[in-house]
Design a protein around this ligand. Structure first.
Ligand SMILES: Cc1cc2nc3c(=O)[nH]c(=O)nc-3n(C[C@H](O)[C@H](O)[C@H](O)COP(=O)(O)OP(=O)(O)OC[C@H]3O[C@@H](n4cnc5c(N)ncnc54)[C@H](O)[C@@H]3O)c2cc1C
Length: 565
C-alpha cells in the first residue's frame, strides 16, 4: 500500500505573529547552548519550548559527559572508541569535531556554572563507561549529571531573561515549520519560521506564527514512538517530523539504542520508565534470570559489561526462552551504604516504588533509550533545507553512526549547538539567510487522535524493537500506512487540533519512516538488528540511508554520503 505523507498538520490559522533573527526550538542541552551562544551574536533570539525550560531528556541524564580531559587521554583515542561504537557509519569529520572541541566546550559549561564531581585535590573525577578505553566521563551529583547541566544552563538563560534581545516562550509546541514559496519542482522553499501553539496560559494564546531568518531544531529524541522508553513524555519525534514535512532530509532513522536495564513496572506500564544506569553494572551488579543464574557469563567475555546492544538482545532472548517479561539486576552484594552514596537518584526512584536496592532484586527489561537518527546535518548543523539547522538528539550529525558511544550525546549537544549557532549568526550577519515570506504548503493535512498512540506504539514495539525481520517490519509498514490513510484529509478537521493530537501525528510519522528504513536495510549493524540478515554487510550497506518527502508526499529513500562537509 502506498500511502503518502502530508506536508503539514491540520492546525488553526495563526492568530498572532512575532519575529526574531533566529528561533531555537527546544531547551535541552542543545537548545540552551545554542540560545546562549546566539544571544551574544544576533539581535533577537526566540526560544520556544514545549514544557518548562528544564524539559527534555537532558535533565534525566545520569552517567555523564565524555571528553578527553585527562592529561593521559587524547581526542584521537576518544575518536577511535566512537568510531568502533558507530560500526562503520560515523562521519569521521563530525566525530573529529566532537572529540577535539569537546574538552573546551565542557570547560565552557563549567564556566557557565555547571559543577561536576571532583576529587579531594579539586581535579575532576573521571569515570569509564562501556566502550571507552579511558576514564573520560565527567559527572555530577553521582548519577545526576543532566540535572546539574540543565540547572546551570537554565540559570544562565534566566539571568538574561530581561534582555530584550532574547525571548523565551515556555509551554508552547512548534507544530510546523514555515517555508517560502516552493521551487520549480514543487519542493518547499527556505525555512522562514514556525507555527506554534501556546499550551498553557501566557501573554499569547492559541496558534501563532514566529518568523525568522533561520530556525534551529533542538527537540530531542523519539522515545514515545515505543511502548516504553527512558525518554520523557516530550520526546515525540517532533523535530524529525516537522523537518521532513518542510522538505529536509532525515537519516539513520533505523538506528535505535535500547537500554538493557530499565525498571520493569508491569505489562501495562507505558511511556517514560526509570533507567538503572549502566554504571550500576560497572560497579559490579549482576544480571540474573528467573532461576537466579547469571546468564551473561559465557555469552560475552565482558559478561554484564558487554556493549549495550549485546546485553539488551541477550535479555530479550532470555525473556523469550523463559516466557518472562523481565530479568533481574542484583546489586545486593555491593552494600547499602555504597549504593545509596554512589547512586542517590536511582536509590530514591526505586525507594519511591517500594524497591530497596540493597535488599531486593530489581526487575529490569530493555526499553528505547536513544535515537542516532534525525534531521541530516553537515558539520555546521545545517540541514539540507536552507534556513534550517538541527542539533542534539534531533539531528543526524553523523557522530553516532549505527550506535552511540555512552555519554557522547550530551557532548554532541554542546559541540554542535555551538557550531550551528556560530554558523547561523554568520549567515544572518552576512545576509546569506534573509527573512522570506511564508506560503501555505498544499493539502492534504493530517491529524491523528491521541487515542491512536498506544496502537502506534504497539506496532513499533512489535515490528521495530531490538530484533527485527522482514515479516514484522513489513507488517508494521502496512499497519502504520493504514493509520496514516485514515486520518489524512482535505476537509476541515474532524479531530480537534491540540497538543496530544499533533504529538501523536508526529509519533506516527516518525514510526512510519523508521519502519520503512529498517525494512530497507537488509543487514544487522549497531542499533539495527535483523534476525533474517544477522550479518553486517559492508559491501552493500556501509552507507547512510536518507529519507525525504517528494512534492506528492511519497517517501523517497536514498543513500547519502557519510561525510557531508
Ligand atoms: C534517562 C536518560 C539518561 C541519559 N543519560 C545520558 C548520559 O549519562 N550521558 C549522555 O551523554 N546522554 C545521556 N542520555 C541522552 C541525553 O540525555 C540526550 O541525548 C540529550 O540530553 C538530548 O539533548 P537535546 O538538547 O538534544 O534534547 P532534550 O534534552 O531532549 O530537549 C528537547 C527539548 O525540546 C523541546 N521540544 C520537543 N518538541 C518540541 C516542540 N514541538 N516544540 C517546542 N519544543 C519542543 C522539549 O520540551 C525539550 O525542551 C540520557 C537520556 C535519558 C533519557
Amino acid at each position: 500500500m502506498t500511502v503518502r505523507f502530508v506536508h503539514r498538520l491540520t492546525a488553526p490559522a495563526p492568530g498572532w505573529t512575532t519575529t526574531a533573527d533566529v528561533i531555537v526550538v527546544g531547551s535541552g542541552i542543545a537548545g540552551l547552548t545554542a540560545a546562549l551562544e546566539l544571544r551574544a551574536k544576533v539581535d533577537r533570539v526566540l526560544v520556544v519550548t514545549k514544557g518548562r525550560l528544564s524539559s527534555g531528556s537532558t535533565v534525566w541524564a545520569q552517567g555523564g559527559i565524555a571528553a578527553a580531559l585527562d592529561p593521559e587521554d587524547t581526542p584521537q583515542e576518544h575518536l577511535q572508541d566512537t568510531l568502533v561504537a558507530g560500526a562503520g557509519l560515523c562521519s569521521e569529520d563530525a566525530v573529529r569535531a566532537l572529540v577535539t572541541e569537546g574538552p573546551q566546550r565542557v570547560r565552557e559549561l563549567m564556566a557557565r556554572g555547571a559543577r561536576f564531581d571532583t576529587q579531594p585535590n579539586g581535579d575532576l573525577t573521571l569515570t569509564r563507561e562501556g566502550g571507552h578505553h579511558r576514564d573520560r566521563i565527567v559527572h555530577a551529583g553521582g548519577d545526576a549529571t543532566g540535572a546539574e547541566v540543565s540547572r546551570a544552563l537554565v540559570a544562565q538563560l534566566e539571568a538574561i531573561e530581561s534582555d530584550p534581545g532574547i525571548e523565551v516562550i515556555e509551554n508552547a509546541m512548534v507544530v510546523d515549520l514555515l517555508t517560502a514559496a516552493p521551487d520549480a519542482d514543487g519542493r518547499p522553499g527556505a525555512v522562514c519560521g514556525v507555527t506554534l501553539h501556546i499550551i498553557g496560559e501566557g501573554t499569547r494564546d492559541g496558534v501563532g506564527a514566529a518568523l525568522a531568518k533561520a530556525v534551529i531544531i533542538a527537540t530531542g529524541g523519539i522515545g514515545q514512538v515505543f511502548r516504553s522508553s527512558t525518554n520523557p513524555a516530550s520526546a515525540t519525534g517532533d523535530g524529525l517530523a516537522v523537518g521532513l514535512r518542510a522538505g529536509a532530509a532525515v537519516a539513520d532513522v533505523e538506528f535505535v539504542q535500547f537500554h538493557p536495564t530499565v525498571l520493569w513496572q508491569g505489562a501495562g506500564a507505558r511511556g517514560q520508565q526509570p533507567l538503572i544506569s549502566e554504571a550500576v553494572r560497572g560497579e559490579g551488579a549482576h544480571l540474573l534470570n528467573s532461576h537466579g543464574e547469571r546468564f551473561m557469563m559465557g555469552r560475552h567475555e565482558l559478561a554484564e559489561l558487554a556493549p549495550r546492544d549485546v546485553v539488551a538482545r541477550s535479555i530479550v532472548q532470555v525473556m523469550k526462552e523463559e516466557g518472562s517479561d523481565n530479568v533481574f539486576l542484583d546489586c545486593r552484594h555491593l552494600g547499602r551504604e555504597f549504593l545509596r552514596g554512589r547512586f542517590p537518584t536511582i536509590w530514591e526512584r526505586l525507594a519511591e516504588r517500594g524497591i530497596d536496592m540493597g535488599n531486593d532484586l530489581i526487575p529490569v527489561a530493555p526499553a528505547q533509550h536513544f535515537h542516532s537518527g534525525g534531521i541530516l546535518t553537515d558539520l555546521r548543523g545545517r540541514s539540507t533545507q536552507p534556513g534550517l539547522y538541527a542539533v542534539g538528539e534531533a539531528a543526524c550529525s553523523g557522530v553516532h553512526g549505527a550506535n552511540r558511544l555512552a555519554s557522547n550525546s550530551l557532548l554532541e549537544g554542546l559541540v554542535f549547538a555551538s557550531r550551528a549557532a556560530a554558523d547561523a549568526a554568520d549567515a544572518v550577519a552576512s545576509g546569506v539567510v534573509r527573512q522570506s515570506q511564508p506560503v501555505d504548503r498544499p493539502a492534504p493535512t493530517s491529524l491523528v487522535p491521541a487515542t491512536m498512540r498506544p496502537q502506534v506504539q504497539a506496532i513499533a514495539h512489535a515490528g521495530a524493537g531490538p530484533f527485527r525481520d522482514a515479516a514484522g517490519l513489513g507488517e508494521a509498514v502496512e499497519q502504520l500506512a493504514g493509520i496514516r490513510a485514515r486520518f489524512q484529509t482535505t476537509q476541515p478537521a474532524a479531530v480537534v487540533p491540540q497538543t496530544a493530537e499533533w504529538e501523536t501525528s508526529n509519533v506516527l510519522a516518525t514510526a512510519s519512516v523508521l519502519a520503512v528504513a529498517a525494512l530497507a536495510r537488509e543487514e544487522s549493524r549497531g542499533g539495527h538488528q535483523r534476525t533474517d540478515f544477522p550479518a553486517t554487510d559492508d559491501v552493500n550497506w556501509a552507507a547512510r540511508l536518507a529519507a525525504t518527502l517528494d512534492p506528492d508526499g511519497r517517501l523517497a529513500l536514498r543513500r547519502a554520503p557519510l561525510e557531508l562537509g
